[in-house]
Design a protein around this ligand. Structure first.
Ligand SMILES: Cc1ncc(COP(=O)(O)O)c(C=O)c1O
Length: 353
């Protein structure tokens, strides 16, 4: 088998998709706990049925880009659409990385970063987070000055730490870097900040967003990049044509018209996240970190035993103990109030509090 494939493929373990069993509380993939209301689904299905499914969708979904441009106050040519933001990570790396070129990223972070950098022949330049989840800002600046990587790939809020870089820091990175600065903002809707205003002045800044979290569309796959139009023009040649199907496009456009509903759901999730943080830190064995995303990272004395105990109670969290520097850590996302309460009750039971 080995002779059929590239070495960079053979040596990868592949994406370890977390379990998706039916559970009482599924808090392991940072999804939205809110599905679309049944009436809205019916309405969308009706409109989808009236579309010609035998025809290709309109190339590059101009109507969706127009709605996104309105949402972010940018122009439609500053958007590139993807079949989920993961697919756009492939577009980014395959369009830019020649064998051996460096991509800076900061572990622990989204597991696909390192995997795809290597699959596309790049060399990860790893600048780890510091203890207590401190962003390694000084070290990033030094590495950029010394090595000038082809791409600086950051995640903010970062999965799985929940920590953020500041806009002034990202602006400095864009200024210092001779290459592109890509920031995965998959969780930006749960944060009080975004780097979108920096797109005006930082022509090498690229922001990646997804509809999988705040917009409840993980099952339908929609993501997008925001950047300078000239930068995106190159990736348009790399991106697969018709990568967003007409149903996903229709749901995306529909949800962008529901700004108040999305805002209300995001506020609910933030409120639940903050409640869970306080509850977690009230348990002496646990140390949970503040988070600007829809999930929390916490350490505990025996993460494997706790993970299994929770699973036995029908509660699924993410075991991140194999991530860089995160031995004995778990990640849990904010779900519905009832699910979150079950999770906290199970922890209290486990620690006999
Ligand atoms: C940082 C980050 N980026 C991207 C994704 C995936 O986004 P999508 O569903 O749009 O591919 C995730 C999913 O968990 C994530 O944590």
């Amino acid at each position: 088998m080995h002779r059929y494939f590239k070495n960079s493929v053979i040596k990868q373990p592949g994406y370890g998709a977390p379990p998706q069993e039916a559970m009482i509380a599924k808090l392991n993939q940072n999804e939205s706990p809110f599905d679309l209301p049944a009436a809205l689904k019916q309405d969308i299905l009706g409109r989808a049925a009236a579309l010609p499914w035998n025809r290709y969708p309109v190339h590059e979904s101009p109507s969706l880009k127009t709605e996104l441009a309105r949402w972010h106050n940018l122009s439609p040519d500053q958007f590139l659409l993807g079949n989920g933001s993961n697919q756009l990570l492939q577009t980014i790396l395959s369009g830019c990385i020649e064998p051996g070129e460096q991509v800076l990223c900061c572990p622990p972070t989204f597991s696909l970063f390192e995997m795809y950098i290597e699959l596309y022949g790049g060399e990860p330049l790893l600048i780890p987070y510091l203890p207590a989840n401190t962003a390694p800002e000084e070290q990033i600046v030094q590495a950029i000055q010394a090595r000038q990587p082809k791409i600086v790939l950051l995640c903010s809020p970062n999965n799985p730490t929940g920590s953020e870089f500041s806009p002034s820091f990202v602006e400095k990175v864009c200024h210092d870097a001779s290459g592109l600065v890509v920031v995965d903002e998959a969780y930006a809707e749960f944060s009080e900040q975004t780097f979108v205003p920096l797109l005006q002045s930082c022509k090498n800044l690229v922001l990646s967003r997804t509809f999988s979290k705040a917009f409840s569309m993980a099952g339908l796959r929609l993501g997008y990049l925001m950047a300078d139009a000239e930068v995106l023009a190159q990736w348009r040649k790399v991106n697969l044509p018709y990568n967003v199907n007409l149903f996903t496009e229709l749901v995306g456009i529909t949800l962008l018209a529901q700004r108040d509903v999305i805002r209300k759901q995001v506020d609910y999730i933030i409120c639940q996240r903050n409640w869970m943080l306080a509850q977690l830190n009230a348990i002496p064995e646990i140390k949970a970190y503040p988070s600007a995303a829809n999930f929390l990272l916490f350490s505990c004395p025996d993460s494997k035993a706790l993970f299994s105990f929770l699973k036995g109670r029908g509660i699924l969290v993410r075991d991140v103990s194999s991530y860089y520097g995160l031995g004995n850590h778990l990640r849990v996302n904010a779900g519905h109030e009832g699910e979150n309460q079950l999770f906290i009750n199970a922890l209290l039971e486990f620690y006999q509090r």
